[in-house]
Design a protein around this ligand. Structure first.
Ligand code: C2E
Ligand code: CA
Ligand code: CA
Length: 541
């Protein structure tokens, strides 16, 4: 049974490992999915924030663009004439701080200060310019140090003349460049080679902390770019993972639970057994039985073999008790009978040749065995004598005695297997009326070595003779055991001394080659043939 325990432990270990793997995999998958979706959500939010900032600044500049043609017509007119118009315009365009007219390089009229006479180049080195210019500028005139966004429109055909509008970007930046923490640490505006941020004003360089990343979006209308400074979509998604852990754990526990339940049937010995039957991994073998008197082969015992491709060969002593435990023994027995019938031609076609099946006690309940024998054995009309071996170690009290009577009526012989090892009583023997008692191999092995057990052997033999039950001795391995059993009147012998179990297909050759050595041929002793011990030794259990 140690092997069986090992096989079951192996399954349990495998099942636990599978469930752990499922739990780990689903935990990692959930976290990965949450990470990827959080990252793309971050990217989407960054994109939206950048588009909003660009649109906000575009909205400030677009009205200036619309009005610039009319304003340019005022260039050259006296300040006294146009000053009021300039003021009205500046008041209408609410984001404007001032509008100034420049004629031949001189700023001569301002909506705020009225008449002026300032060389424009002295204030803004890039002006006058013959192309429109957007400039970031730090005010040194009105409110010192304040950032201004200057929009210059040159007059056609009049070099050095134009309109200069200054946007009070300082006030606007608080709204337009407001960061959305934690996704955006700061927002800055780039115009040419200058940068404006809400905290630092106009700068020649953009200060980006090492750990941060810059996400830039240029305006499609005006020459400026909005820069979002962010800790990074990946970093933020990673930071959000601990918050996702409880959900991921719940999902992985749930899936591990489902895996545990679904593997219950697959990862078990009963699944292996079912699989073995379905995939025809079981082989039907047989072991010859010989008459003690003339060493003729008078029958076989059918024995099951399982060469499991996943676990290796499993001896019947391991899988038969497990099949009984998992209520699969009857399925196996049906398989054994039908496989034997399929190969029935390997046996001599004689009613004197018997075929013995091992049948579990549970199969003797409710007429099940008889139904199965009718379906799988008698339906093929075999010539051979059928014997069913019921092991005495099983709980034979459950056996249905009416079924036993039915078996007898149908001419099926009943053998009590492993006789002497269980807890049989005489009343029980009377009820069952067995045709055969199979002396367990432990008693055969005790012959000549174990005084107590060989006494039991004598008692069993005497009992069989007294009740007129045929005696079969199992496990005959030596000449000494064979002689002892023959002398004491055992009728049939089975053991490695004559033949080891062999595949059914090997029986015809064994039968053809088998030559009994009769006692008369051998120095006056009853001495069974010693051949065949080696024949199937390599393939036996
Ligand atoms: P069992 O019915 O007592 O079968 C005889 C066992 O003794 C077989 O072991 C056989 O290989 C072994 N044996 C035969 N001659 C000798 C010998 O000279 N010396 C020794 N040491 N052993 C010998 P196996 O095939 O391993 O089967 C073990 C048990 O498994 C069987 O004991 C039987 O109880 C069970 N079994 C095997 N096939 C079936 C089956 O188809 N159905 C059921 N229900 N049980 C089966
Ligand atoms: Ca048996
Ligand atoms: Ca036995």
């Amino acid at each position: 049974m140690q092997n069986a325990q090992r096989a079951i432990k192996h399954y349990r270990k495998k099942r636990i490992l599978i469930c752990l793997a499922v739990a780990l995999l689903s935990l990692l998958t959930t976290l990965a999915v949450r990470f990827i979706s959080q990252r793309s959500q971050n990217q989407h939010q960054l994109q939206i924030a950048a588009v909003h900032a660009v649109e906000a600044i575009d909205k400030v500049l677009l009205p200036l663009e619309k009005r610039h043609a009319e304003l340019l017509q005022l260039v050259g007119q006296p300040c006294a004439t146009v000053n009021l118009i300039l003021r009205k315009e500046a008041a209408t365009l609410q984001t404007l701080r001032s509008i100034a007219l420049v004629k031949s390089g001189t700023l001569y009229c301002s909506s705020v200060l009225g008449d002026r006479n300032v060389v424009i180049h002295d204030i803004v080195s890039e002006l006058p310019s013959d192309s429109p210019q957007l400039l970031l500028f730090t005010d040194n005139t009105l409110i010192k140090g304040h950032p201004l966004l200057l929009q210059w429109y040159p007059a056609d055909n009049d070099a050095g003349s134009g309109v200069l509008m200054s946007v009070n970007i300082d006030l606007l930046s608080a709204l337009m460049l407001e960061p959305q923490k934690p996704l955006i640490n700061s927002i800055s505006l780039t115009v040419k080679d200058r940068f404006l941020s809400e905290e630092s004003g106009v700068m020649a360089m953009l200060n980006v902390p090492h750990s941060d990343q810059v996400f830039s979006l240029p305006s499609t209308h005006f020459p400026f770019t909005v820069n979002l400074i962010s800790p990074g979509t990946t970093e933020l998604a990673l930071k959000s993972l601990p918050a996702q852990l409880p959900l991921a754990l719940i999902i992985s526990l749930l899936l591990a639970g489902i895996a545990w339940l679904t593997t219950a049937s697959r990862m078990s010995f009963s699944w292996e057994l079912n699989m073995g039957v379905a995939s025809r991994e079981f082989d039907v073998w047989c072991q010859p039985l010989l008459t003690a008197s003339d060493q003729q082969c008078v029958g076989v015992e059918i024995l099951l073999r399982w060469d499991n491709p996943r676990l290796g060969p499993i001896p019947p002593d391991v899988f038969i008790p497990l099949a009984e435990e998992h209520h699969l023994i009857e399925t196996l027995t049906r398989y054994v009978i039908s496989e034997t019938v399929r190969q029935i031609d390997v046996f001599p076609k004689s009613p004197l040749f018997h075929v013995g099946f091992n049948v579990a006690a549970s199969h003797f309940i409710d007429g099940k065995l008889l139904r199965d024998l009718n379906q799988y054995w008698f339906s093929a009309h075999p010539h051979q004598q059928l014997i069913v071996e019921l092991t005495e170690r099983d709980d034979i009290h459950d056996v249905d005695y009416r079924l036993i009577r039915e078996l007898h009526r149908k001419g099926i012989k009943l053998a009590i297997d492993d006789f002497g090892t269980g807890n049989s009583s005489f009343s029980w023997l009377e009820k069952l009326h067995p045709d055969v008692l199979k002396i367990d191999k432990s008693f055969t092995h005790a012959i000549g070595t174990d005084a107590v057990n060989s006494t039991v052997t004598d008692i069993i033999i005497a009992l069989g003779q007294r009740l007129n039950i045929e005696l079969v001795a199992e496990g005959v391995e030596t000449q000494e055991q064979a002689q002892y059993l023959i002398w004491h009147g055992v009728h049939i012998l089975q053991g490695y001394l004559y033949a080891r179990p062999m595949p059914l297909s090997a029986l015809p050759q064994w039968l053809a080659e088998y030559r009994p050595r009769l006692p008369s041929q051998h120095d006056g002793h009853l001495s069974p043939s010693g051949r065949d011990i080696e024949d199937y030794s390599s393939s036996s259990s």
